[in-house]
Design a protein around this ligand. Sequence first.
Ligand SMILES: NC(=O)c1ccc[n+]([C@@H]2O[C@H](COP(=O)([O-])OP(=O)(O)OC[C@H]3O[C@@H](n4cnc5c(N)ncnc54)[C@H](O)[C@@H]3O)[C@@H](O)[C@H]2O)c1
Length: 261
Amino acid sequence: MGKLDGRVVIVTGAARGQGEQEARLFAAEGARVVLADVLDEQGEAVAKELGEDRARYVHLDVSSEDDWTAAVAAAKDAFGKVDGLVNNAGILRFNSLVDTPLDEFMQVVQVNQVGCFLGIRAVAPAIGEAGGGTIVNTASYTALTGMAAVGTYAATKHAILGLTRVAAMELAHNKIRVNAVCPGAIDTAMSNPSQLDPTADPTETTAALDELYRKLVPLGRVGRPKEVADLALFLSSEDSSYITGQPFVIDGGWLAGVSIF
Ligand SMILES: NC(=O)c1ccc[n+]([C@@H]2O[C@H](COP(=O)([O-])OP(=O)(O)OC[C@H]3O[C@@H](n4cnc5c(N)ncnc54)[C@H](O)[C@@H]3O)[C@@H](O)[C@H]2O)c1
């Protein structure tokens, strides 16, 4: 028996990285998964690999109301209902606050913050109709602390925790639990852009990242996307049946304290 047997879950940003691992793990645990992204070719390929009885790909720009309406309709059309959502899509831009152009700030807000809001607004009614379910939002350790050079990103991730808490309170009566994952440094294209370079050796680039985080992170390495998927699975399954409205930090201990060595 899988932990998500009978469930139908939309995962945004599922073409690669953490979202891809979440889609793969959820499908392996019995869910039918709707993979949503703007990277159509990659998303289609992952869905195809998982098989038509398990997965569908939809083009979804999370900042578009119309795309959300279409994605929920496509999920219901394919699998009859929706009772889970992982709001995973996100973007990161590096800049000091005083150097950040307004359009860059707004672009990050549109994807990370508005995308999460629209996802909750579009999918919660369908989850309610299905008799209840789960929403997992993807925040960050920068939702709980500051970090220079990623002020816009950190602001949107703090906002996601606000949305998570309010949604948990407002949707509990519909039997919808809403929680957030707060990853530290995870080995995806976001933290490791060399993953996008086909000539780079992934073993080498991961080893270089591990070396970088060896001193920063108590567990001494960068996190793996599958580890975040495991947490999203916990928060989407009955194993977390009495948990809602909470941020879950998954960062190898980075936020545990200040290190002097
Ligand atoms: N990698 C890290 O170190 C890290 C740390 C903390 C939080 N996060 C968060 O985890 C989530 C997943 O990121 P990742 O690490 O897998 O990085 P990633 O860049 O590999 O994946 C992000 C995915 O989101 C998709 N996406 C971007 N804009 C979109 C849009 N407008 N609509 C739909 N999809 C869109 C991308 O195409 C991509 O598939 C993000 O929310 C990110 O902020 C990542």
